[in-house]
Design a protein around this ligand. Structure first.
Ligand code: AMP
Length: 417
């Protein structure tokens, strides 16, 4: 049965906690953004304050085996600083028995990168490129078999299991899902996971209406399932960013050299038709800031989005689109934002995305529930200084995207099941 961190008695217990410490490091192995570490602290501190000890586990990057570049030893000191307690380090996550045995209440141990072992992901490594289907199948079977021992060893370290790694909740990996089976009565979400799940429920299950979703970013193909699921939930759907041009072209507009996916045009038209059927209002960008080069220094013009001249490409939403969208956002009681509405990495084309961040902040102030979920919109809202002016900013890119598609995430199911 699922437990709850707030009520669980950690006194004298060893808690193994899956966190997402997959933080960006520079070439000197300094952490350039410690958001993920800081967001896990309430959970880690709760265990220590309750008289328990911590075994912290995470992945870092995408190693193909043991590689110092991906070692979690680079972050131990910073974790200790954030935690306000010493953190020991176990250089092999499968051989930490002695370090675990020595752990006393109030102490913490960080295990080395779980992905130094192929068993964490349960995917074979080092297969020859020309491996036959049989060889691939056998390798997969072998790693799945050894994965059982890998998970069992991790589980043997602790009395209870906490999953606080929303960033990997969409993966059915050893430490994110399979390990939960060893703690049928002592498994729980951490505070960060609880917060993310509540945020998802606030938009997918308990949204107050009018509900508006703003879906931007580069490609329709990566957001198709989100768009389809949103049609079932929202009153208004704002489609911006590069993906908007596929919709505009599909309707017969001239989009010049703008980003688009010809093969997705039938699906775009289907979405527009379905929206009409369901009474969902779709707001594409009516006006576009175009450039004669994909560069911050390019020449620009502002034109209707369906009349972009050849040799020019859409880079940001125009003032007219932003004014329409603003009215829709401020008239909403729930707003979900996923994906920038322009090439916000270039200051010349960041105005639209900045305006959306500002509109969400204003809507929040007026009492709306606002969630910034997934990928680049999270980076944008954080960079632009609006992260604490909206209701919730998600820490999970892929995980949030899959949740918004309506999928049940394995990391969540493993605790609830
Ligand atoms: P995604 O990862 O799909 O959310 O897409 C985010 C990316 O979309 C960002 O890197 C943006 O620069 C990019 N993007 C947004 N609008 C445009 C546009 N009009 N043309 C090209 N790329 C865009």
């Amino acid at each position: 049965m699922q437990q709850f961190i707030e009520k669980y008695d950690f006194k004298g217990k060893k808690a193994i906690v899956r966190v997402d410490f997959n933080v960006p490091l520079n070439e000197k192995f300094e952490i350039t953004d410690d958001t993920r570490i800081r967001r896990a602290m309430p959970t880690l501190k709760k265990v220590l304050a309750g008289g328990g000890s911590l075994i912290i586990m995470s992945h870092l990057g995408r190693p193909k085996g043991v590689a110092d570049k991906f070692s979690l030893r680079h972050i131990v000191d910073h974790v200790a600083e954030c935690l306000g307690a010493p953190v020991k380090f176990a250089p092999d996550c499968q051989k930490a028995q002695a370090e675990v045995a020595a752990l006393k209440p109030g102490e913490a141990l960080l295990l080395e990168n779980l992905r130094f072992y192929a068993e964490e992901e349960g995917k074979p490594r080092g297969l020859a490129e020309d491996a036959s289907d049989e060889e691939k199948k056998a390798a997969k079977k072998a790693v799945k078999e050894s994965q059982k021992d890998f998970v069992k060893t991790l589980a043997s370290y602790a009395d209870c299991y906490i999953n606080d790694a929303f960033g990997t909740a969409h993966r059915a990996h050893g430490s994110t899902a399979l390990i939960a089976d060893y703690f049928p009565d002592d498994k729980m979400f951490g505070y960060l996971m609880e917060g993310e799940i509540k945020a998802i429920d606030n938009v997918l299950k308990n949204a107050r209406h009018p509900f508006t979703a703003i879906i931007g970013g580069s490609k329709v193909s990566s957001k198709l399932a989100v768009l389809e699921n949103m049609l079932e939930k929202v009153d208004n759907l704002i489609i911006g960013g590069g993906m908007g041009y596929t919709f505009i072209k599909a309707q017969g507009g001239r989009i010049g050299n703008s980003l688009h996916e010809d093969d997705l045009m039938p699906q775009a038209l289907e979405i527009l038709a379905k929206a009409k059927e369901k009474g969902v209002k779709i707001y594409l960008s009516s006006q576009t800031v175009i450039a004669d080069d994909f560069s911050n220094e390019a020449n620009t013009q502002v034109v209707p989005s369906n009349a972009i001249p050849e040799g020019w490409e859409g880079m940001d939403a125009g003032a007219e689109s932003l004014a329409t969208w603003k009215e829709v956002i401020l008239g909403s009681r729930t707003v979900l934002w996923n994906g920038p509405v322009g090439v916000f990495e270039m200051p010349a084309f960041a105005k639209g995305t900045l305006q959306i961040a500002e509109d969400l902040a204003t809507a929040t102030e007026k009492g709306a529930y606002t969630l910034v979920g997934g990928g680049d919109s999270v980076a944008a809202v954080t960079q632009m200084g609006y992260a604490d002016k909206v209701s919730y900013v998600s820490t999970g890119g892929g995980a949030m995207l899959e949740a918004l598609e309506g999928k049940e995430l394995p990391g969540i199911a493993a605790i609830r099941g």
